[in-house]
Ligand binder design. Structure first.
Ligand code: MRU
Length: 349
């Protein structure tokens, strides 16, 4: 089953807030609810939120009461602004919405019919195309990335980058899944990924489905295993990659990449080329989302709060890993090696 899909004129999404305790699919009829679902992380992961926003735009088309094509296009642009503002760091969100707006304006320039039902259908078709392409791109990335994995490797993985983070298959976890399907005996050390625990909750759940051996480790254990020679590769995704190869990804990625680099263990980021933002020269320009501190303070240990009642906290959701710490960036068009600013031209078409 896909993480994000269109069925019976509704957008359906797996509710990632309640996994692995419960598996539920939620239906959406209004683009405002989709924007909130992205903010609230019903759906999360860079490519998945891009696809959700694309279908959110299709819902906006159906919601619009406008009787003229100009009115409908204005409503779509308003909805696009709201959807794009629902999370700031993953560039795939704006990329997906802008791609559909661009297709709409190209259609208009080419003299496409102004019938509003045809425009609505066009937006839905474009969203569906984007979602289908995501799956195909992930599988291509997975083939390129799996070639980097050896039989017997133990891999440290951060956050959730699997089918749940995309429309299907996944980025870094898709690489691991393909290597497993190729018959390579691999073991995954799953960073639990505080504060929202995407690793412990979602990646572990996916690995169970695929029958891939794993153990969960708390994020601060990675250095121990890397130094002890108990992990041979590090794989993670990205929410945005700058033109120089700096990678913004889930908080904790930077420390993991540092520990890998210090121990001579290769670290790879796996991304569709839509995650590479050539408009930003370096990672310092990537907007970093700061989320509600309830995510840090709200968990319990043995049924009791983990911090004093009046404790304050900080919660940046992403960090930036400098390009010098990366061995390569895996894309659907091949693996890019440093210098990334020069070599991106080989994969971005
Ligand atoms: O806050 P999230 O769960 O949306 O963060 C997701 C990640 O950081 C993933 O690792 C990232 O989207 C890349 S994998 C698709």
């Amino acid at each position: 089953m896909r993480t994000v899909f269109w069925e019976n004129n509704e957008l359906k999404m797996i509710d990632q807030r309640i996994l692995p305790a419960r598996f539920e699919v939620v239906s959406y009829h209004a683009h405002k609810d989709v924007a909130f679902a992205i903010t609230d992380m019903v759906v999360r992961g860079a490519p998945a939120i891009g696809a959700a926003a694309a279908f959110g735009l299709a819902l906006a088309g159906h919601e619009s009461a406008s009787t003229s094509s100009d009115g409908l296009l204005a409503d779509l642009k308003t909805a696009a602004t709201l959807l794009k503002s629902s999370r700031p760091t993953a560039v795939n969100l704006a990329w997906a919405v802008d791609r559909i707006l661009l297709a709409l304006s190209q259609r208009e320039r080419a003299g496409g019919e102004g019938d509003i039902d045809l425009i609505r259908q066009f937006v839905l078709d474009e969203a569906q195309k984007l979602a289908d392409e995501d799956v195909e791109i992930n599988k291509r990335m997975a083939e390129h990335g799996a070639a980097l994995i050896n039989d017997g490797d133990t891999i440290i993985h951060h956050c959730n980058t699997g089918a749940l983070a995309t429309v299907d298959w996944g980025t870094a976890l898709g690489v691991i899944r393909t290597a497993h399907e190729q018959g390579k005996r691999i073991h995954v050390l799953v960073d639990e990924t505080r504060p929202r625990l995407q690793g412990a909750r979602l990646t572990a759940w996916e690995l169970e489905q695929y029958g891939i051996p794993y153990e969960i480790i708390s994020d601060n254990m990675s250095g121990y295993f890397l130094k002890a020679g108990q992990a041979q590769k590090v794989f993670f995704g990205a929410d945005r990659v700058a033109a120089n190869g700096d990678v913004a990804n889930k908080i904790g990625t930077y420390m993991l990449a540092l520990a890998a680099f210090d121990n001579g263990i290769p670290a790879y980021s796996v991304v569709p080329t839509s995650t590479i933002d050539l408009s930003l020269a370096h990672g310092g320009l990537i907007p970093i989302e700061e989320r509600n501190t309830d995510e840090v303070l709200g968990i319990q240990f043995h049924g009791e709060p983990i911090a004093p009642k009046n404790a304050r906290a900080r919660n940046p959701a992403f960090d930036v890993t400098p390009n010098r710490l990366l061995s390569g960036i895996v894309t659907e068009n091949g693996v890019v090696y440093p210098p990334f600013d020069v070599n991106f031209a080989k994969v971005i078409r």
